[in-house]
Design a binder for this molecule. Sequence first.
Ligand SMILES: [Zn+2]
Length: 293
Amino acid sequence: MPHFLHKLWNDLIGVLLPRTCAVCGRALSPMERVCCTTCTIEIPLTNYKAQAGNPIERIFWGKIPIVSANAFMHYQPHTAYARIITQLKYNNRPDYGIYIGRLMADDLIDTDFFKNIDCIIPIPLAKSRQKSRGYNQSEYIAKGIQKIVNIPIETSHVIRTKANKKQTQTHKLLRQENVKGIFALSQKCIQESQASPLDILIPSQVKNQKVKSHPLENKHILLIDDIFTTGQTLLSCSQVLAKIPGIQISILCAGVAGHQHSGPPITQRGTIEIIGTKISQPPNLQPSNFQPL
Ligand SMILES: [Zn+2]
């Protein structure tokens, strides 16, 4: 179904049907967004924030100028909590990204995680994929984070040059190759600028010579992604950004795959939810089809 028809269908469903919890399917109160209070409290958190050198950070040690890395919750495909991410990615629910982003920022607000971060950069999608999806899900997660920490979001500095095969559909031994060279710095952000006003200190032969600079030079950036699987996509993007002099990188993901704590499996659903497979039919969201899990 074309994207605009899919969106129209969802908008219609949203008007006609009561809002329900993305995880358990119960009706939401007017004060609740996306998930009911119980399901929000029971989100399977990683609690990596309390661990210096947590498993996510270790992936990047020695490879990029990493400051901190964290994943908010455990993620297991085909479980009730995975539905937040599948709806965000494959069913035109960017508001789910804002919801999870706010929770991610709230979870870290009492730590030093956001300290000295200059800007947030969502992992970019390839143009073709963003066009078919209608939005970049990581950008909406970033918007949710921004609502709590008020750090600017930058989307123009790094681009995805091609749509690689989805990592979840790639054998783990081939994932590094799958993402090799898929990111690049945006050339329009690499500025030609005059040498500094202190050029009196610069040897005469280079005086007035134009030098290349980058707005992210010496900045601390926060890279956002939805699900951390092997980290190869984030590493590939970070290595491109690491070419900028003085840059420091922190990483934050909504979920980390490969753990067994993401809630019960989905047993009865009207919606087909397979990671890496775009839902081609409007989901059946009628409350009568929800079976509390
Ligand atoms: Zn619920």
